[in-house]
Design a protein around this ligand. Sequence first.
Ligand SMILES: NC(=O)c1ccc[n+]([C@@H]2O[C@H](COP(=O)([O-])OP(=O)(O)OC[C@H]3O[C@@H](n4cnc5c(N)ncnc54)[C@H](OP(=O)(O)O)[C@@H]3O)[C@@H](O)[C@H]2O)c1
Length: 244
Amino acid sequence: MVVTGGARGIGAATARLAAERGYAVCVNYRHSREAADALVGELRGAGARAIAVRGDVGDEADVVRLFETVDAELGPVTALVNNAGTLERQRRLEDIDAARLARVLATNVVGSFLCAREAVRRMSTRRGGAGGAIVNLSSMAARLGAPGEYVDYAASKGAVDTMTIGLAREVAAEGIRVNAVRPGIIYTDIHASGGEPERVERMKSTVPMGRGGEPGEVARAVLWLLSGEASFVTGAIVDVSGGR
Ligand SMILES: NC(=O)c1ccc[n+]([C@@H]2O[C@H](COP(=O)([O-])OP(=O)(O)OC[C@H]3O[C@@H](n4cnc5c(N)ncnc54)[C@H](OP(=O)(O)O)[C@@H]3O)[C@@H](O)[C@H]2O)c1
């Protein structure tokens, strides 16, 4: 399994659960080298096969190298979790410049496309592969729009939803299932990137279940979608949002 942005947050929870369930795991990271190395050490200590590979998912050469490294060290990918995602400081659309749009779209949209491309090239039975499954991390923001916070981020996740539906149908007869998870408000450091580390506390009263979610609660949905338990599920977008 390749987990992009796997060193922390939802990605790390997914990598841990995947290792527990017997996957050999590639933890991709961009900046969090120490966290990635520590996580890989932990997974190996528990008996799993795991590697850490640096790479910016928005950089095509990095993505190609990431999957080639996995080919060489773990064997061709059978499960991809397009988890790497980014948002920037809370701001109204009228104050967002082109450089920020390019950064957000490069990671959230271009990154998801490039990683999916490399995975499909290896998984597709049309190309001699053994099949596989892809899960994209979308967001409830795709439906809610994140007004006053980050409409750019929300729109990038709308693109992820659309890619999920299109790619799922494109490769459905080639042994590949493609689904997405739309987390609601989850306790991770992403909110600090938006300039509001305590955002979950402020927002949790808007969640029908009355609380924020834990990364592990998202990871369990991801692992279900990747598993044989979800063998007839493709093109689905699963909300993991406490009813929000
Ligand atoms: N937390 C929430 O409330 C929430 C809600 C809805 C959706 N999501 C989505 O869930 C996913 C994980 O979010 P999170 O909350 O766990 O975020 P997080 O704690 O901020 O972690 C983000 C991860 O993405 C990686 N990343 C960012 N840009 C990257 C790039 N260009 N190339 C490779 N890796 C990159 C980071 O790697 P480095 O640290 O190595 O740079 C980090 O591991 C994201 O797609 C996010 O949009 C989160």
